[in-house]
Design a protein around this ligand. Structure first.
Ligand code: ATP
Length: 233
């Protein structure tokens, strides 16, 4: 069974067709890249996968659970790292992660929260209010938040946009490790080199449509660098 199955998803914002019939199937254990320029529809697709936005038509399922009709079961299996750095500013990092655990009905998972914070170099910020964190630190908290319920499938919406080289390396290493440990990863990015370094397979989205889908090596062989830039522009 596919870890993530997207079938013919369409989404329109008034006259604008943001997604024009997207179908993708991601297998368990894959590191899958969703590449595309600004406005291609990546965030719209991620928000539909996360159940935060409704498709006009088509279906999405996580491990066989439909994200609309079987939302609870689908959501349990999914970790989402959104693009926007939105937190309740009155809580510390540890409290934020505990609240997220509570959302999933998990109570005694402080050991796991400590481990996640340690892996993301967040331990010394555990008791800091999230409003006092730098953008990079907030980004780490977003990743930690997505992991509190140990989801088998993790989708990350441009997790390295606007972060410095050091954090980019930390995130790359950590996400790769999660993948080696068996998590299925779906990552959206603008950066070809990021997709190339991390992903086994890439889908290129443009104006709401999948314009290329292949293994990373085959895709790069097929499309020369300059053509790729045209695709992404
Ligand atoms: P980026 O790389 O800039 O984040 P993206 O690939 O994630 O872009 P989306 O954010 O999904 O693209 O946007 C796809 C299209 O839908 C864009 O033209 C955008 O302006 C439009 N759009 C997105 N959200 C809305 C909304 N809530 N209302 C109207 N139009 C929207």
């Amino acid at each position: 069974m596919a870890a993530l199955q997207i079938v013919n998803v369409e989404k329109r914002y008034k006259s604008l067709q943001a997604l024009g019939g997207v179908s993708l199937s991601v297998e368990p254990g894959e590191f899958f890249g969703l590449l595309g320029p600004n406005g291609a529809g990546k965030t719209t697709l991620i928000s539909i996968i996360a159940g935060l936005n409704r498709a006009d038509s088509g279906t999405v399922s996580i491990d066989g659970h439909d994200v609309v009709s079987d939302y609870r079961e689908a959501r349990k299996r999914l970790g989402v790292v959104p693009q926007e750095l939105v937190f309740d500013p009155f809580f510390t990092v540890r409290e934020t992660l505990r609240m997220q655990s509570g959302y999933f009905g998990l109570k005694r998972n402080d050991d796991w929260i400590d481990e996640v914070m340690a892996n993301l170099d967040l331990t010394n910020k555990a008791d800091t209010n999230t409003r006092a964190l730098s953008g990079g630190m907030k980004r780490r908290v977003l990743v930690a938040q997505a992991l509190v319920h140990k989801p088998p499938v993790i989708v990350l919406d441009e997790p390295t946009a606007g972060v410095d080289v050091e954090l980019r390396q930390t995130l790359w290493k950590f996400i790769s490790r999660l993948n080696r440990e068996g998590h299925t990863i779906v990552l959206t990015t603008h950066y070809l080199e990021e997709a190339q370094a991390l992903c086994n397979r890439i889908a290129m989205l443009k104006a709401g449509k999948v314009v290329a889908l292949d293994s990373t090596s085959a895709l790069l062989k097929r499309i020369s660098g300059s053509q790729l830039i045209v695709h992404l522009a």
